[in-house]
Every structure is written in structure tokens, then in C-alpha cells.
Ligand binder design. Sequence first.
Ligand SMILES: [Zn+2]
Length: 310
Amino acid sequence: MAIQQNTDHIQTTHIGSLPRPHNLLDLLKAKYAGQPYDESKLNSVLAREVAECVRKQVECGIEIVTDGEYSKPGFFTYIRERFDGFESRPNQKLILFQQEVSAFPEYYAQYFKEAMMGRTIVAAGILVQVDDPFLPDIFVEPGLEDKQKKRKAEIYVEAINAALSGIPAERVRFHTCYGINEGPRIYESSLPEIIEYVLKINAGSFSFEAANPRHEHEYHLFERVKVPEAKVLCPGVITHASNIVEHPELIAERLIRFAKLVGRENVMAGADCGFSSQALYRTEVHATVVWEKFKALRRGADLASKQLWG
Ligand SMILES: [Zn+2]
């Protein structure tokens, strides 16, 4: 039995980021804006708030917890602090979800206005999560021919696997998503387009959006796609893109659909994406709602486990 597989019940987790407390955001904002800030205060507030958010996750019934990504301004913008060799390219503007933005300019003008700012792990018994919201983008990238899309996706897989070399696959979770929160989402690629690349990543589990109503039907894919032995699927069964708290019965139903296709030991209950992938003062889903979603996730996983293990 691989580390991430279930033994007698469906395990619960989420994707990582959680809404940061405002006292922490004030300090982070000063740090990343290059303003004077008290480093020791930042470190002590951070340690206290991370401990508190882990305690709350456990209280809600989340088994595989995260640090809420509290120390980071975003899910990849901290890279320059950790590695040499990266520098920003002035005048280079990253255009996110191009087709969506040009189809819904007023919606996205508002959306972007609300944004604020942008091996030892494994040894400690912790799982590594690779966040790759850019893989699905390849398949909707304007101007790319099918052959180019495939090649680009293969390069992504090769690069990720090279970065993961030496780390046991069962200690790795690969997360991919569509990178936006609430939005019309009519130009996203689909799981069938990306699944063959996702399953080539040397990970023990694969996390993707499945609660999102543009993608919920895609579980049928696993009627024909075989998931390799001992690999775990971590479909989102709660969404980060709506304040509606999913009913535990629906969560259980979603989990059972997957369990019937890939086996009860190979399904983990997760969320579609992080609840605050950027450090924002105002997140789309309010912090108080996130905890309720986690409680519903636990209840849903328990209902599903009861049916699946009896
Ligand atoms: Zn995500």
C-alpha cells in the first residue's frame, strides 16, 4: 500500500493556500513592497498564525494539512527567495487566461483590480506538492498547432520529472487546475486533453478540478483511462470558486463515482484549488466559509467511507 492510498476510509486534504489573516498580510505587504518592516515580528506572527491554521484544519477533519501558504505572496512569486538564477523581465507582461479575458473584459477588469500582490521537506515526512496550473493552458494557447501543444506538454512533463528526481513518487502530489477562481470559464481545456501528460508525472497522487461545474462530468474519463497501479486521484469535491458550501451528500456522491472507477483505496477528497492562491485581503471565498467547506468535506468523506467500507 503506497503512502497516499486509503486503508479503511477516504482521506481528506486540500490544495494549500488559505485566506491569510490581515495582521500577517500587513507585514507581508510591507516586505514585498520594499517598505521597512520588523522581520522578527513577521516571523513570530507567521509561526503563530500557521500553528493556528493547522489546528483549525485538524479540528475540521482535514487529515493531510498545509501551512496555508501563509508565508508566500503567491504560489510561485517566492521563487527568487529560494533559488539563484531567476530574475524578473522588465516590460514583460504575463497575460493570464487570454481568451477568457478578451471574451469577458469588464468582468476581468474588476477581477484584476481586486488583487493585491502578487528534499529536506520529504525527509521530514511531508508530502511535496507540485502546483502546475500552466499545463492546461498549453491546450488553449492561441496560435499553437496540435503538434506544438503536444511537444510543449511533453517538455513540461520532462522538466517536472527532472525536478522530482530522487524523490519517491509516493511522497509527491501533482496539482493542476485552471488557475482562476470564479469566472465564466468557457475557454478552459479539458481533463481528457491533459490526462495522458498528468499521469506521466512521477507523483503518487494527482489533484485536479472536479467540483467546478465546467468539469464535474469529466470523471467519466476514467471509464476508459486506466490509472497506474498504486496511484491516487485527488479530485476536487469542494470548489474554491464559490461561497456555496457543498452538501456532504453531494461530496460523498462525487467521491463514490471516482471510487467505483479507480478503487476505494485510490481516491482522496480534495478541493479544486487553493482558497487564496495570491495573498489577498479580500478572497473570493470568505475565510469563515472555507472552514465550513472543510467540515462538509470531512462529513462527505465519512459518508462515502461508510458506503465503501461498510
Ligand atoms: Zn490550483
